[in-house]
Design a protein around this ligand. Structure first.
Ligand code: PMP
Length: 305
């Protein structure tokens, strides 16, 4: 990732990609206290556009607020930086990574007098869980790792250190021959994937876990909005793993994963063993929305220009 042409926005300036480095004593590298976002820009009908950019920036600021990291830039600056990196790297579609981290001014965990640095990088990134899986669906397993308890890390913050748990779960799933992990919360209820929210469909009703220990996904919220528009009933509730086993359909949502059907959980086939009809409808609506093929919610697209 480090050795390529292009520019990365770094503390207010465009920096050549290969020069966007930090010192080995960077505080966040040691302890994981940092916040970040994952955002996508799509090659939309109207031109390249970042999907729900302001909502991602709002979440970045909420994450920083939760961790008490003082943000050295305002939201408008971070929004402009995102538009600029996509344009200056000549990307027609992209994955964007804004991140805020502590510098190398000190190593104590009291973390006072540390400077907060901000980067925004953008690069081309295809379907996260495989293009063919958007149609075929993926096989997942219940993780042996528990999702964070709300008083161990802060689940509402998209914090760097939280992802050690995600990586352990994903590594385990991949090693065992599955595509993704399904993590349960500390009480044993379904929380989310390693980087996705989860939905199930049963008897035409959409269910998704409440947000106690899952990230407040922007794709999750988008799907709920689109589903409501279709007159679908949505219930946010505690979900057990066997409720997922007997679902008619299941799917993951996330900026990277978009809307990925789940065809098998813990070796049990879900529904028809492929992409279910409601999943397909919502997935189509989602892709139409992000590509600017719908007239609704124009405020969700920020044109790169
Ligand atoms: N849960 C976790 C743990 C994630 O990392 C992500 C990806 N940001 C999501 C859910 C989905 O969030 P979003 O739809 O905002 O990308």
């Amino acid at each position: 990732m480090a050795d390529r042409d292009g520019v990365i926005w770094y503390d207010g300036k465009m920096c050549p990609w290969r020069d966007a480095t930090t010192h080995v004593l960077t505080h966040t590298l040691h302890y994981g206290m940092g916040v970040f976002e994952g955002v996508r820009a799509y090659d939309a009908e109207q031109g390249t556009a970042i999907f729900r950019m302001r909502d991602h920036t709002d979440r970045l600021f909420r994450s920083a607020h939760i961790l008490q990291m003082p943000m050295p830039f305002d939201k408008d600056t971070i929004n402009q930086a995102q538009l600029d990196v996509v344009r200056e790297n000549g990307l027609s579609s992209a994955y964007l990574r804004p991140m805020c981290f502590y510098g190398s001014e000190g190593m104590g965990i009291r973390a006072d007098n540390l400077k907060v640095h901000v980067i925004v990088a953008a690069w081309e990134w295809g379907s996260y869980l495989g293009k063919e899986n958007l149609e075929k669906g993926i096989r997942i397993r219940t993780s042996s790792y528990t999702r964070h308890h709300v008083n161990i890390t802060m689940c509402k913050a998209k914090a760097n250190g939280n992802y050690m748990n995600s990586m352990l779960a994903l590594q385990e799933a991949l090693t065992c021959g599955y595509d993704e992990a399904m993590l349960l919360d500390a009480e044993g209820y379904v929380a989310e994937g390693s980087g996705e929210n989860i939905f199930i469909v049963r008897n035409g009703v959409l269910y998704t876990p409440d947000l106690t220990s899952a990230l407040e996904g922007i794709t999750r919220e988008t799907i709920m909005t689109l589903a409501q528009e279709q007159g679908l009933e949505i219930r946010e509730k505690r979900i057990t793993r066997d409720e997922v086993y007997v679902a008619d359909e299941a799917f993951f949502t996330g900026t990277a994963a978009e809307v990925t059907p789940i065809r098998e959980v813990d070796n049990r086939t879900i529904g028809n063993g492929g992409r279910g009809p409601i999943t397909e409808t919502l997935q189509t609506l989602y892709f139409d929305q992000v590509h600017g093929r719908r007239e609704d919610y124009p405020e969700w697209l920020s044109l790169v220009g």
